[in-house]
Design a protein around this ligand. Sequence first.
Ligand SMILES: Nc1ncnc2c1ncn2[C@@H]1O[C@H](COP(=O)(O)OP(=O)(O)O)[C@@H](O)[C@H]1O
Ligand SMILES: [Mg+2]
Length: 313
Amino acid sequence: MIVEIEALTKVYEGKQRVVAVDGIDLEVKEGEIFGLLGPNGAGKTTTIGVATTRTLPTSGKVRINGIDVVDQPARARRSIGVVPQFNTLDRSLTIFENLYYHCRYFGFSHAQARDRSDQLLAQFLLTERRKAFPAQLSGGLAQRVQIARAIAHRPTVLFLDEPSAGLDPQSRLAMWTAVQSLRKDGITVLLTTHYMEEADALSDRVAIVDHGRLLALGSPQKLKDTFGAQTIIQLTLRQTDQLAALAAELATRSGVQNIETLDDGLRLFTTGAEGLLPDLIQSAARLGLRDIAINEPSLETVFIHLTGRDLRE
Ligand SMILES: Nc1ncnc2c1ncn2[C@@H]1O[C@H](COP(=O)(O)OP(=O)(O)O)[C@@H](O)[C@H]1O
Ligand SMILES: [Mg+2]
């Protein structure tokens, strides 16, 4: 295992005591792209912070390539590349120099650092911008430079914290391609995201986290099969006095597995029952159907199933 996280907890003691990570266990296998998916405040950055030696754990262990990150941080850092959530490129250096000095910092000779930097510029399609300064780059290009720099010293595992935060859709796709291309270099990737599409598209396995706890772990397909093989239909109604009666009535329809009563409507968990929708709409119309939302099985529906909340809430 490249990354081993064992019973990790992190409590921030301050005016308010915050349990940011509350007993997380997980392992990342060699060569995989692993996604840590959860809403803001779930503890993703803190988990990555401990794994990358930036944050001290309250208890528990993290090992990278078998090296304990608390006991031997400098050694662990040689195996680690990090792309933090916010741009940390050196604004006073060109793109080439950002890569070059990173290599030098990790012990490369002048010639080695120069060659590696040139090779990375080519690999990430940045050669034309080698003399540009970070401030002159778009968010997407800056993100690519950050990834190039993070892998410059040939780490075995790359940590990406919210890699698409703030990127436009096109840059996001380019970033996904860049991350996927790391596979052929044999680099293991652990990324965090609160975008379920991103976790789904990129990850071999996903861990869903919330309030510092791991709720589920598996391939996106397995998670959907296990928890979310249901289409969630949400009815928003004008009149809410007879919700219970409507729920009881709809519960008898074939294909409806479970119903949750919300403040202003009902949430139905259904299995692809054909012809169900017209029937639901007709029944709901009596209570003034205001809106209907249909969620096909996705990591979003898995999250709703596990927490009763939307990832975006
Ligand atoms: N340095 C800190 N001091 C105090 N509380 C913190 C600190 N960093 C994070 N937290 C709190 O810990 C929790 C988890 O935060 P974080 O790990 O950043 O989650 P995520 O990356 O999933 O959004 C949040 O409640 C956050 O407010
Ligand atoms: Mg974060």
